[in-house]
Design a protein around this ligand. Structure first.
Ligand code: XMP
Length: 315
């Protein structure tokens, strides 16, 4: 990308010239797809329909937060509630790649149905370069199947347009600043949502535990950032592990779950460093998680692994 201004101008012109009819836009609430949706709205006006899908795999308070974020970004959108559909598709699945494929397929089927209702033949997605590089194909190895690339089934009945395909995350942030999208430095959240942060089977109970633990990590880290005791990390979240581990409450031994806390620094998510956190922050996170989820979470771990060799998400 040579400059944000030039990219913006050319992308809008290209969308306008290439899409004669209505289009739907997959808007997840993340920065990438919000920028794609804003470009589409500018290029197509009323013909652009941004859809925000509640998959049931979102973080605590996310629907409301995304609503406010879209309003502040002046993006028109519709909320599509689809929790049973996604949780149903994931029932009994433990393999992370299979989770990603099923989520990708569910998104596409849902968008195909929504497109038919609006006579749209085009789906605009906020896919960026790492999504398709990591999804593999041709001579590239698959690092992980991004739901919006490798998770797309072969028999897609809609034309997919990806205006941000060649950009990396740092360029996206430059573009977000240029387009005055609020909070462009917000942490990324993966499209498959909490499904990649619940290791093992994705049940409503496991999603609820992961969601509560994650909200605590976010709150405590954000408080520490505001107090100036740490720099803003690239990403900070909780992962629910598929192990049972013994704990003790009063006179009882109980087998609860283990939660891993991941806080990393990065520039473009291609590499990352596990952040050293003050001991009192780590203790506050652990105490709050185990107090809020008594008997459910008996152990909290801190992940000290960089990327590489690990990835940011656990899957
Ligand atoms: P990893 O785990 O590969 O993640 O180190 C790199 C960055 O990508 C995010 N991520 C995703 N984002 N769809 C997305 O939009 C996905 O399927 C996906 N998987 C991972 C991850 O949170 C990190 O910022």
């Amino acid at each position: 990308m040579r400059s944000a201004e030039q990219f913006h101008r050319e992308a809008v012109e290209k969308l306008r010239a290439g899409i004669p009819g209505p289009a739907i836009v997959a808007a997840s609430g993340g920065i990438d797809s919000t920028i794609a949706a804003l470009l589409a709205q500018e290029a197509l006006g009323e013909r652009s329909h941004a859809l925000f899908v509640d998959t049931g795999l979102l973080r605590a308070g996310e629907v409301e937060r995304v609503r406010q974020f879209f309003e502040a970004s002046h993006l028109r959108f519709e909320l599509v509630p689809a929790e049973p559909r996604f949780l149903g598709a994931l029932r009994g699945v433990t393999d992370p790649e299979e989770k990603r494929r099923r989520i990708g397929r569910e998104f596409i089927r849902l968008f195909e149905e929504e497109a038919k209702r609006r006579r749209a033949e085009v789906l605009i997605q906020g896919t960026i370069a790492p999504d398709w590089i990591e999804s593999g194909g041709q001579l590239r190895d698959t690092i992980k199947t991004h739901h919006n690339v490798g998770g797309v089934p072969d028999d897609v009945d809609i034309r997919i347009v990806e205006p941000l395909r060649d950009l990396y995350k740092d360029e996206i942030r430059t573009l977000a600043h240029y387009l005055k999208v609020p909070e462009p430095d917000r942490q990324p959240f993966p499209g498959p949502g909490l499904a990649v942060r619940v290791n093992g089977p994705v049940t409503p109970e496991m999603v609820a535990i992961c969601r509560s633990a994650n909200a605590i990590v976010e709150e405590e880290v954000e408080r520490a950032v505001q107090q100036g005791s740490i720099a803003r990390p690239w990403q900070y979240f909780a992962v629910l592990l598929p192990v049972r581990t013994v704990g003790v409450t009063g006179d009882n031994r109980i087998f609860g779950h283990a939660v891993s806390v991941r806080v990393v620094e990065s520039v473009d998510a291609m590499t990352a460093t596990a952040m050293g956190l003050p001991p009192e922050l780590l203790r506050a996170i652990s105490e709050r998680i185990t107090r809020t989820l008594p008997g459910q979470v008996t152990r909290v771990l801190y992940d000290i692994t960089d990327k590489p060799p690990a990835t940011i998400e656990w899957e």
